[in-house]
Design a protein around this ligand. Structure first.
Ligand code: XIL
Length: 308
């Protein structure tokens, strides 16, 4: 089965994968990535982040990001830009806090109007308890950086869909409520926002319940939703039993998106364990992707197919 082809036939816009520039020299890897019937969409894992695109003020570098954009174009794949405003992977000239509010407001606007194509404009604005993350943007600008970034992105490309993306908002709770309240207030103010991205970095056997209901709580607010960074990790070593549970969990997540009309697409955060971000971030964990280290499909692949 080809994931994008069957997802499209089932009414979704895309099934995609993240990728990253250093991986593109691996020809066995790109042979699968470039197949636009398997992946109809790609997301750059790092090369469109602020540290990569504006390493010093006003010095915009699109070389690496453009490689991914051009790859998508060559392959006939959609591109999700990722990301514009995030507390992480910021160059120190931004995170230093050396700017007053007017200056930082203008820095955010310049950055978001220059790099945006189709975009996770705001990434991870909330803490898990639903309060705003204390970063250089919130601490200097309170919540105004959100409309500033969204308006700048809209100005750069009026046809691009503008997203706010976060993790741990896939289940009902304080963080999900805060995101819904943000969407409501942006809509009430007439600020452009088209979608909410649900990262879905999950743990095998620990999937929260009520996924579809929660997604619908967002689409009811007049935004589309997408699964933007799906992976389901386990404590290593992987076993057959963990792989079976992982298959079930992938199936559950994909089924939730399939059952919600406004859930327009699904992106896995790279397709293979060979290049997953998980082992370097969560010590002792890994095997989170549907393809293994050797680029062979795992039971999770069949779980995805069964759900679509
Ligand atoms: C990760 C990349 O995959 C890694 O290569 C990098 O070292 C750190 O960032 N949420 C996000 C993504 O929105 O940008 C992160 O990507 C994973 C968590």
């Amino acid at each position: 089965a080809k994931l994008h082809t069957i997802a499209k036939a089932a009414g979704k816009l895309y099934f995609g994968s993240a990728t990253d520039n250093p991986e593109l020299t691996d020809t066995a890897y790109t042979a699968i990535l470039d197949d636009n019937t398997m992946f109809g969409q790609i997301t750059p894992g790092n090369s469109m982040k602020w540290d990569a695109t504006e390493p010093s003020q006003g010095d915009f570098t699109f070389t690496a990001g453009d490689v991914i954009a051009n790859l998508a174009k060559t392959n006939g794949q959609l591109l999700r830009g990722h990301n514009c405003v995030w507390y992480n992977q910021l160059p120190s000239w931004v995170s230093s806090g050396n700017f007053n509010a007017a200056e930082l407001q203008s820095i955010v606007a310049t950055h978001c109007s220059t790099v945006v194509d189709s975009w996770d404009v705001i990434n991870e604005p909330f803490n898990d308890d639903g309060t705003w993350r204390s970063d250089v943007f919130y601490n200097t600008l309170n919540t105004t950086f959100v409309p500033t970034a969204l308006n700048a992105a809209k100005g750069a490309d009026p046809t691009t869909k503008l997203y706010i993306n976060d993790y741990n908002i896939e289940y009902a709770g304080a963080k999900s409520t805060s995101m819904q309240n943000l969407i409501k207030s942006l809509k009430a103010a007439g600020t452009p926002v088209d979608g909410v991205g649900f990262q879905f970095h999950e743990i095998v056997g620990e999937l929260p319940g009520g996924l579809a209901t929660n997604l619908e709580a967002f689409t009811a607010l007049g935004v589309e939703v997408a699964i933007t960074e799906l992976d389901i990790r386990m404590t290593l070593p992987a076993t057959a039993a963990l792989y079976e549970q992982q298959k079930t969990d992938y199936q559950t997540v994909i089924s939730a998106c399939m059952s919600v009309e406004g859930c327009i697409g699904i992106t896995i955060w790279d397709y293979t364990d060979k290049y997953s971000w998980v082992p370097s971030t969560f010590s002792g964990q890994g095997a989170a992707c549907p393809w293994d280290d050797s680029l062979l499909k795992k039971p999770a692949f069949d779980g995805i197919v069964a759900a679509i």
